[in-house]
Design a protein around this ligand. Structure first.
Ligand code: FAD
Length: 625
């Protein structure tokens, strides 16, 4: 009867539907394949899989699982089932559905429909209405916010400083909600930035304001574009960011892939579309314009001092007034930290991690992870993804620490920002320092696999550098970046050591294996870079990683120095609810540089939330933040 049936309306989520590799039809992540339909039929206990209407099912997650303990590799799916659609298209399903007891893990009810009207009612009722606004679906633009625009005629003037993910999403939200937004970026638009990066890689010319860290899209533009995040893949905010990326040209697959990534070649056009959209909304974008100072009076921000670059000549500083400033500058803008300290803005040191970047032949990682299946990887063209890894080790051996008397007994060592099929790149912003990271293109087709191997550090590690107060962590980073530059001998040459030699603490004197790093490598004893307790933690952990990934320690594995900018060494304190600095009203420190994010997605989410918070302050938005 209809009352009984109504209990089963809405969407059910089916988890852990595993389809063997040979039954997976290909790389179309959205497809409800025959193999998947059979798995669904098993869960529903419906006897004839081919009778199930595919239209009633939507794949919401798909991950490749080739763990060694499995009998065979599988694609594991999460699928949403539209119960009403299923029953109306195949009424015989009702008998089977009505006998089911939804239970967590296998079948779970997803409350509420997912069309636009539902979202709008959530906007009215739900605490998290900011997310729902950006979650427009069913053909509606993700930005259908007209309804919520304030009728106010005077628009607040807001400067967003930095066009990384956090700045872009803050600018987007504020512009959508009707603010007069200026986006100020010290670096260049992606077209020019690409040429500057080319000049760095080919002619060793480091443009101080346009490089792997600075320029349109921020630090993550010339990157692997991994979109994994530790802040909850299914949260409304993360989904809103992911859908926005799709709106600007990312493949829909990122919404479903268990380990989504874009790659530099996809990020660049996406950013152009993002820029066009902001300009269509009336955002003024100033590239090649660096914020040097804030204008602050009586604890309120009144504007910014900027200098513009024109044909490499820096023009005189100019003052522009704004009602609020969103500071989204990333954690390589060390000049900004100094400027904030000079204004007595509350900064506190934050734990981060430092270490080295390890590179292996990708084929080796494929064979470690996939065994005989490795030959089917096909450089990113086949069904099987190019293999990655993630390893971590918690060290509790007191004897590893020089500084045990200061209470440091435990720390973690882990792989970070692993780039399958990628290359090691130079992320220095100063020619006398070397720091590196990794990037890749969408197909991850290079013959190299690189990842940072880093150890957590706290203020207890900074020793005498603590005299620099909140900037001690920055000085700590700089010290090892300078040492690496000296060990490389200049010209951006990176010091390297084979893992086997590093474990034995001896210089790699015989031939060093090749590296993907294009500016050249030179053998050095990387033990001379970091304090002993960090080196020992790395050494100890590499041995542990080899147990998990047998073959990880090998002659071809090359360690590169140094990886220091894993996350911000500083947090700029802000109020939890308003996102405003605790020291200066109207100043919104956001994203990775402010210490509230680590990675593309979390930075974008933080920028989005800060955008809503600032919009609320100026009565452009009336929901909860
Ligand atoms: P940023 O992206 O750093 O953006 C800050 C922007 O502010 C920059 O464009 C900068 O030019 C601008 N700026 C700085 N100072 C000023 C000033 N004074 N005036 C005007 N503009 C200024 N994360 C992932 O999640 N996945 C990855 O695969 C990944 N790979 C990476 C690869 C590389 C090579 C690098 C360097 C980083 C990678 N990251 C990755 C990290 C990720 O890029 C950052 O976490 C993210 O970009 C932080 O975003 P943000 O907006 O907070 O800051």
């Amino acid at each position: 009867d209809s009352k009984e049936k109504s209990k089963f309306e809405g969407t059910w989520r089916l988890f852990k539907l595993a389809v063997p590799l040979d039954q997976d039809p290909g790389k179309d992540f959205l497809e409800v394949s025959d193999g998947l339909l059979q798995e669904i039929a098993k869960v529903l206990k419906f006897p004839v899989a081919s009778l199930l209407p595919r239209e009633a099912f939507t794949v919401v997650r798909k991950s490749f699982d080739a763990r060694k303990k499995l009998k065979e590799p599988k694609f594991v799916h999460t699928v949403d089932m539209d119960v009403q659609k299923l029953i109306s298209l195949e009424p015989r399903c009702w008998d089977f559905i009505s006998r089911m007891e939804p239970k967590v893990g296998l079948v779970e009810c997803v409350h509420g429909g997912r069309d636009f009207d539902d979202l709008m009612s959530i906007v009215r009722d739900c605490k998290e209405n900011k997310e729902a606004i950006l979650n427009g679906e069913n053909g509606h633009s993700a930005f259908s916010t007209e309804l919520y625009r304030n009728q106010a005629t005077i628009k607040p003037k807001i400067a967003v400083v930095g066009s990384g993910p956090s700045g872009l999403f803050a600018a987007l939200v504020l512009a959508e909600l009707g603010a007069d937004v200026t986006l100020i970026e010290r670096g260049q638009p992606v077209e020019k930035r690409g040429r500057d990066i080319g000049a760095l890689v080919v002619r060793r010319i480091l443009e101080l304001e346009s490089n792997f860290c600075f320029g349109e899209g921020g630090a993550g533009t010339w990157s692997d574009g991994k979109l994994v995040t530790r802040i909850g893949r299914n949260s409304g905010s993360v989904l809103a960011v992911m859908r926005t990326l799709v709106h600007f040209g990312a493949p829909k697959q990122i919404l479903i892939d268990g380990k989504p990534h874009l790659g530099t070649d996809r990020l660049v056009p996406l950013l152009r579309n993002f820029r066009q959209h902001l300009q269509d909304l009336g955002v003024t974008i100033k590239f090649g314009t660096r914020v040097d100072d804030l204008v602050i009076k009586d604890g309120h921000v009144l504007g910014v001092m900027v200098s513009e670059s024109a044909d490499k000549l820096r023009l005189r500083s100019q003052k522009t007034e704004y009602d609020a400033v969103i500071l989204a500058v990333g954690h390589s803008a060390r000049d900004i930290y100094e400027m904030l300290l000079a204004h007595n803005v509350e900064l506190v040191p934050k734990d981060f991690a430092v270490g080295l970047r390890i590179e292996h032949p990708q084929e080796l990682i494929n064979s470690i992870q996939y065994a005989e299946l490795a030959s089917e990887v096909c450089h990113g063209r086949g069904k099987i993804p190019v293999a990655d890894y993630k390893v971590s080790n918690y060290i509790d051996k007191e004897d590893l620490y020089e500084v045990s008397d200061s209470g440091v007994t435990n720390r973690s060592c882990y792989s970070f920002c692993m780039c399958p099929g990628g290359q090691v790149v130079l992320t220095s912003t100063n020619p006398s320092e070397i720091c590196i990271n990794g990037m890749s293109f969408s197909r991850r087709a290079s013959k190299w696999a690189n990842a940072a191997v880093v150890v957590t550090v706290t203020t207890k590690d900074f020793g005498a550098l603590n005299d620099y107060g909140p900037l001690a962590g920055v000085e700590f980073q700089k010290e090892f970046e300078r040492r690496a530059a000296m060990m490389g001998g200049g010209n951006f040459i990176v010091p390297v050591q084979t893992v086997t030699d590093f474990l034995e603490n001896k210089l790699s004197v015989t031939s060093v294996p090749p590296s993907s790093y294009r500016l050249g490598v030179k053998a050095g004893n990387l033990h001379q870079l970091y304090p002993v307790h960090i080196t020992e933690a790395l050494r100890h952990s590499l041995v542990t990683f080899d147990k998990e990934l047998p073959g990880f320690i090998c002659k071809e594995a090359l360690l590169h120095g140094v990886e220091t900018r894993t996350s911000s060494p500083i947090q700029i304190l802000r109020n939890i609810d308003t996102y405003e600095s605790t020291s200066v009203e109207g100043l919104y420190p956001v994203g990775e540089g402010a210490g509230y994010a680590g990675g593309i997605i979390s930075a974008a989410v933080d920028g989005m939330h800060a955008g809503f918070a600032a919009a609320k302050k100026f009565s452009l938005f009336h929901g909860d933040v």
